[in-house]
Design a protein around this ligand. Structure first.
Ligand code: ARG
Length: 300
């Protein structure tokens, strides 16, 4: 299948795409070595350009609360062991793109290892691949060397066989086209245009088959038109909350509860008005590295 990049190219109706079951398992990576040791996104630096300082014990407490929140929603959490020298391992949405058995055409689940954009994070990939492979799934490597950062940029459409793919700072059109073709999968590519929103999961959260939370200005005009035509219910995040508190790095595993960074007051009001139930969690230590709720886990 080709990659879709504009509304004019869309030749299917989302409601008619095959249905897929929601993921019920969560992978999280132990934060023992989490830190800000380099600056590969603008959030990792303070106003003076210095690396932000992490409080590790606070980080562990926040991570544990997040883990418990997933468990309370009935999700089974599996923990990846920490790795010395890989301070970003904890963002375990990025190292792989898991393709569920009902999404792969032949009914066999796949694990596609990422091509991390920055050398600093390349050492995390095989570790997460091995952890996921224990749950089954065949490892399927891309032939392209162009960047791809897993579920940082690849968002599965809730309940439908469709992938939304961020293109720009971290993932390339070439890598997404290979995935679309190889798995005969419809992939809608969205171009990211703002430095602060360097992964699609910082600008767009897919909440239900017809609902999303987003910050339109993080996407180019073609991408905005695609989101507008595909989701009947669109909740616009407050700009400050999206930029500073990662409001769009939220996750909604059951179509109702939205796990989101604490203090996204306006965004939470809008979520409630749309019938969602926000569950606020504090991920302040992880915001210092440019991540929050969504990218601290991998749903598979
Ligand atoms: N420091 C990490 C990086 O820049 C944070 C990754 C957060 N992940 C995400 N999907 N937003 O790569």
């Amino acid at each position: 299948m080709p990659l879709y990049r504009s509304l004019e190219e869309l030749d299917f109706d989302i409601a008619e795409l095959p249905r897929v079951a929601p993921a019920r398992r969560v992978l999280m990576a132990d934060p023992a070595h989490f830190d800000v040791e380099y600056g590969i996104n603008p959030h990792m630096l303070d106003e003076t350009g210095a690396l932000r300082r992490v409080d590790r014990s606070k980080a562990r407490a926040q991570w544990t609360e997040l883990r418990q929140a997933f468990e309370r929603l009935g999700l089974a959490v599996d923990v990846v062991a920490p790795l010395v020298g890989q301070p970003d391992l904890v963002f375990c949405a990025n190292q792989t793109l898991p393709i569920a058995a009902d999404i792969a055409r032949d009914g066999r689940a796949r694990i596609v290892p990422s091509n991390m954009r920055w050398a600093e994070r390349r050492g995390e990939v095989e570790h997460v691949v091995a952890a996921l492979a224990r749950h089954g799934g065949t490892v399927e490597r891309l032939t392209t060397r162009e960047p791809l950062e897993g579920m940082g940029d690849g968002l599965w459409h809730p309940e439908r066989r469709l992938l939304w793919a961020g293109v720009g700072p971290r993932s390339s059109l070439a890598a997404w086209s290979e995935i679309a073709e190889r798995f005969d999968l419809p992939v809608i590519a969205l171009e990211l245009v703002e430095r602060d929103f360097y992964h699609l999961d910082t600008a767009l959260a897919l909440l239900a088959h017809d609902a999303c939370l987003w910050l339109p200005e993080a996407l180019d005009a073609r991408a905005r038109a695609l989101v507008e035509s595909c989701f009947a219910r669109r909740i616009v995040a407050d700009e400050h909350e999206a930029r500073r508190l990662f409001a769009c790095n939220a996750t909604c595993p059951d179509g109702r509860h939205v796990l989101i960074q604490q203090g996204c007051v306006r965004t939470c009001e809008r979520l409630r008005a749309a019938g969602f139930e926000p569950l606020e969690l504090d991920t302040s230590e992880f915001l210092k590295s440019g991540g929050s709720v969504f990218c601290l886990k991998l749903l598979f």
